[in-house]
Design a protein around this ligand. Structure first.
Ligand code: ARG
Length: 461
């Protein structure tokens, strides 16, 4: 049991099979700097409760600094025999400070309250990083919207032409979910602003340690209200994994559209060479791999969340070793997004749109039919009849292979006496988008306001 955190009660060391199963240093080592920060704060609490004198505290903090430096430059690494990051760092501390002093730090804390605190610290740091990357993406989408204020494209429902919309409106529709992702991270941070340190193994500690001092030192606003909850719950980790998965899903939706837009059939965009790939056999190919990887990785983020939720389900209070399984999924989701987002943002920022192609397709597929029906309503035709009349126009066109604006005046009058030549005023895509000028609508004036509102929202977040 040399080096283990327990021993006296055991006749022998762990079997090699158990040690292999139990080991977590290959993923929890990235918590090392947070573990040392926790130890520093804990040393202060021990000193203020009278368990370390002034000289001991100074040596302890000095030893922790030295250990941190050794971890940073890779001189101190976990050994095969270290079970987890906590065990490895206690070994490291004792190597530097000696057993008499180093052995005092474990008083009044448990790996259970440590790990619950450290994962929050790590996720809080990464939430700031993911937020910055998301803002970069929103900025890139908003810049594309701002650069194309008057471009009209086919708006779709069921992937069928529905009504013309501004490209800027469509791009901003992809921005808002990312803004909500930012807001979710900020909301999560408020909930995660409580430190479990001081909860001990589950019931609290007997040493009168000042948990508020530790919380303050670690940058938390408060201490958890319940030591059992503090050590046994991981809903905050699952919630974080959800926020990341939802960002992945929102990326994937946009990715799917970019893949379609980039096809010969759509011809809406050209991707920059630096953000596309070629084929090893087909010399002509230029593929949207970033978008496809985004779509694929969304599945991975969903899987991480689903796996984590399954781990948590049915766990009795308080700490159970199952909880060690919280880390790999959420770490994987973070590293996945932190690599994906910059590539995705680069692809969006450099993508070239083809406004003529979009405008050519926008009126096709009778996408102005709703405009005709609503024009009839403005002539006081009941909507039920207006819908019927417009439906007849569509059928008339379909039989002849023409579009709505190609029906001549005489045929319009035969379809319905309400269809005077004045109806032509709404048979242009510009007229159509200009007339949708309610809040949130696709009229250029509203979209310009929307862009300003989005920019302001990001600024205050
Ligand atoms: N490595 C554990 C985890 O990740 C923390 C240690 C708690 N282990 C224990 N046997 N109480 O959750």
């Amino acid at each position: 049991t040399e080096g283990a955190l327990w021993g006296a009660r055991f006749a022998g060391g762990p079997s090699p099979e158990l040690a292999a199963l139990s080991k977590s240093t290959h993923f929890d080592w990235q918590l090392a700097e947070y573990d040392i920060a926790g130890s520093r704060a804990h040393a202060l609490a021990l000193a203020s409760a009278g368990y370390l004198d002034e000289a001991e505290l100074a040596s302890m903090l000095g030893a922790l600094d030295a250990l941190e430096q050794a971890v940073r430059d890779g001189r101190f690494l976990p050994l095969e025999s270290d079970e987890d990051v906590h065990a490895a760092l206690e070994r490291g501390l004792i190597e530097i400070a000696g057993g008499d002093l180093g052995g005092k730090l474990r008083a009044g804390r448990s790996r259970n309250d440590q790990i619950a605190t450290l994962i929050r610290l790590l996720l809080r740091d990464h939430s700031a990083r993911v937020s910055r990357l998301l803002i970069d993406l929103i900025d890139a989408l908003a810049a594309q919207a701002a650069a194309h204020p008057a471009v009209i494209m086919p708006g779709r429902t069921h992937l069928q032409h529905a009504q013309p919309v501004l490209l800027a409106h469509h791009l901003l529709a992809h921005c808002w979910p990312f803004v909500r992702g930012l807001e979710r991270l900020a909301d999560w941070n408020v909930r995660a602003d409580a430190s479990p340190y001081g909860s001990g193994a589950l019931a609290g500690n007997t040493l009168g340690l000042d948990a508020a001092l530790v919380a303050r030192e670690l940058g938390f606003g408060r201490v958890v209200e319940n030591s059992i909850d503090g050590t046994a719950s991981r809903d905050l980790v699952a919630e974080f994994a959800f926020v990341l998965a939802q960002i992945g899903i929102d990326l994937s939706r946009l990715a799917e559209e970019i893949i379609l837009w980039n096809t010969r059939e759509f011809g809406f965009v050209t991707l920059d060479d630096g953000y596309s790939t070629g084929s090893s056999i087909m010399p002509q190919k230029k593929n949207p791999d970033i978008a496809e990887l985004a779509r694929g990785k969304a599945g991975r983020l969903i899987g991480n969340l689903a796996g984590l939720l399954a781990t948590l389900k049915g766990l009795p209070l308080a700490y159970n070793r199952d909880l060690q399984e919280d880390k790999e999924p959420v770490f994987d989701s973070l590293s996945t997004l932190e690599v994906l987002l910059p590539a995705f943002t680069g692809m969006v920022a450099t993508m070239r749109f083809h406004p003529e192609r979009m405008a050519e397709l926008a009126p096709q597929g009778f996408s102005l039919a709703t405009d005709v029906a609503e024009w009839l309503v403005k002539q006081h035709v009941p909507f039920r009849d207006a819908h019927e009349i417009t439906g007849s126009m569509v059928m008339f066109c379909e039989d002849r292979g023409i579009e709505l604006h190609e029906i001549d005046d005489a045929d319009l009058a035969t379809i319905s006496p309400h269809l005077t030549p004045k109806v032509r005023s709404v048979l242009t895509i510009e007229g159509s988008v200009n007339s949708r000028d309610g809040i949130g609508g696709t009229a250029p004036v509203r979209v310009a306001e929307q862009l300003a509102a989005l920019t302001e929202r990001i600024r205050v977040l």
